[in-house]
Ligand binder design. Structure first.
Ligand SMILES: Nc1ncnc2c1ncn2[C@@H]1O[C@H](COP(=O)(O)OP(=O)(O)OP(=O)(O)O)[C@@H](O)[C@H]1O
Ligand SMILES: [Mg+2]
Length: 536
């Protein structure tokens, strides 16, 4: 992370940054003038006993000081606006990119972790904005103004002050290097911790069932210890930096009194001149400290900037596609399709062709690859070998969004979003539901309509307030509401009672709403109603 990268982020805010720079120039002009006023107060006012002159200059000084503070407030307001906006922009971009990523990226590292890591990195990066990246402009201007002031006042003392700067820079460079190492470690530790925590907490029921509380509490303690240790190292590093910088500065300031005394005795400097000189030195040094601190902060966020860059380089699904999909599909074909996971071949040279109107059952033992076929069809997995064609075109050539719109799906792992039954079926708070008019689906709607709140019943987080069969019925209603071309049901009725299952079988047998039917099932009673059975 360099200053240039940081400045690139600010490019869209050129109007605001211009205002900030102008305000910065005003502030630096004020700080370049005030030490000279101080000098006059002392030399021409206090030492000559001219109270009126002191009063006049003090009034002037006060006006400038309060004006300066007000300008700093205005400038801070602009900064906060920029940093808020930048935060929102970076996070939204990352979130959207995360949602568009190819599903293959989530095989090893869960989806939640990928996104939350990226958001963590952004928060880290934004810490720089909040620690006033833009203040650097102001401070640099102040610093330059003060340097000019120093030279005007006394060049000999200025040379002395300038001699201290390289020592400071040297100390700082050493600390910067270490800050980057420590931050990288801290980032790794934090991400490990997050991934551990999200994995543990989703298993809270099993923690209770298997008495894992003590085990996980002790693991938790270790994680927290690791994180605290790495943040302690960073804090101590910053304190060490402060200690060294301050020691150096105190040495310098006190040396200035002695050198200044020598110059005053030799009539080469006035009292007021020395006071002004010391104020200017403070103006030069506090900016140098801040600029150096910011460089340390920049180093600290370097690992996050790089991680975020890698995240943005991950490939997205192709949402546009080179071919548009036919309105009415006629064939779906798997041609020599093989899939391996971690070197283990799950599906080998699978070949089949389905014509419009055909109902296909996919049957087989646990782990035989039924869900994998569904995932291949939905482009959630990619074949290791072979091709999947829809109407003779490899499905990779269609836009994924347009392609998936052709499907009505109930997956084996249903997810219900927090909200009501209706919201989960329609994804729309204002939509009307008219399922009670579709008598064929009574086996799904009956139970929902028997509830006091009916479709307005809240489902809880991931449908925890509902039974397994109820969840599956809502998922089926959701799928059937979208009258797409291809119906895919992966063990969609595994929790149904006997009566509902019989009704479901009848529905599938009589249904003519879809062009293609893929029904994954363990149950044999539906097989006679199907045109084809893919036995794995
Ligand atoms: N993302 C993945 N990474 C690694 N292995 C996977 C992945 N997805 C599936 N597998 C493996 O592929 C095999 C087939 O899984 P799949 O889910 O297709 O089985 P299934 O036939 O649907 O089984 P079930 O009847 O239990 O639902 C399993 O052995 C599983 O471990
Ligand atoms: Mg399965």
């Amino acid at each position: 992370m360099t200053f240039r990268n940081a400045l690139n982020l600010l490019r869209p805010y050129h109007k605001r940054t211009t205002i900030i720079i102008l305000l910065a120039l005003a502030i630096s002009a004020i700080s370049a003038v005030t030490p000279f006023i101080n000098r006059n107060i002392i030399d021409k006012g206090l030492l000559q006993g001219d109270v009126r002159l002191v009063a006049t200059f003090v009034l002037l000084l006060l006006t400038l000081q309060i004006g300066g503070q007000f300008i700093e407030y205005l400038q801070r307001r602009q900064e906060v606006n920029i940093s808020n906006d930048l935060d929102k922009r970076l996070k939204t971009e990352a979130f959207e990119h995360g949602l568009k990523l190819k599903p293959t990226y989530f095989k090893e590292q869960g989806f939640y972790n990928r996104i939350s890591d990226a958001l963590y990195d952004i928060t880290k990066i934004m810490s720089i904005a909040n620690s006033s990246l833009l203040t650097i402009f102001v401070i640099m201007c102040k610093c330059i103004g003060a340097m000019v002031g120093l030279i005007i006042l006394d060049w000999r003392l200025s040379v002395f002050v300038a001699g201290i700067l390289p020592v400071k820079i040297l100390i700082n460079a050493k600390i910067r290097k270490r800050a980057e190492q420590y931050s990288e470690q801290a980032m790794e530790d934090n991400k490990d911790y997050n991934s551990w925590l999200s994995n543990i907490l989703t298993g809270i029921t099993d923690i209770k069932l298997w008495n894992l509380r003590v085990k996980f509490t002790s693991e938790y303690q270790e994680h927290v210890q690791t994180i605290n240790d790495s943040s302690k190292r960073l804090t101590l590093l910053n304190s060490k930096n402060n200690f060294l910088s301050n020691a150096l500065e105190y040495g310098l300031m006190n040396a200035l009194y002695i050198l200044g005394a020598l110059l005053i005795v030799g009539n080469r400097l006035t009292f007021g001149g020395l006071t002004a000189f010391i104020s200017f030195t403070a103006y030069v040094f506090s900016p140098v400290n801040i600029i150096m601190d910011v460089r340390i902060i920049l180093k600290q966020i370097t690992p996050s900037v790089e991680a975020l860059k890698r995240f943005h380089e991950l490939e997205e699904e192709d949402c546009t596609g080179s071919k548009s999909m036919p309105e009415r599909l006629s064939t779906i074909e798997f041609r020599d399709v093989s899939v391996s996971f971690d070197g283990r071949e799950i599906i080998k040279d699978l070949n089949f062709k389905i014509n419009r109107g055909e109902k296909v059952a996919i049957a087989g033992d646990n782990g035989s690859g039924k869900t994998t076929i569904v995932n291949l069809l939905l482009r959630l997995y990619e074949p290791t070998k072979g091709e999947i064609l829809v109407d003779g075109t490899p499905i990779g050539e269609y836009s994924t969004e347009e392609f998936r719109r052709k499907f009505s799906v109930v997956s084996q792992d249903i997810h219900l979003f927090r909200g009501t039954v209706k919201e989960n079926i329609t994804f729309d708070k204002t939509a009307e539901i008219a399922y009670n008019q579709d008598a064929r689906l009574k086996f799904c709607t009956e139970v929902i309509e028997s509830w006091d709140k009916g479709y307005e019943t809240p489902v809880g987080n991931d449908g925890t307030k509902l039974s397994g069969g109820e969840r599956q019925k809502i998922a089926l209603l959701r799928a059937l509401r979208r009258k797409a071309e291809i119906l895919v049901l992966d063990e969609a009725t595994s929790s149904y009672d006997k009566a509902s299952d019989a009704e479901f079988n009848r529905y599938i047998r009589e249904c003519t709403d879809y062009g293609f039917y893929f029904i994954v099932t363990h149950r044999k009673d539906i097989l006679p109603h199907m045109d084809k059975v893919l036995e794995l």
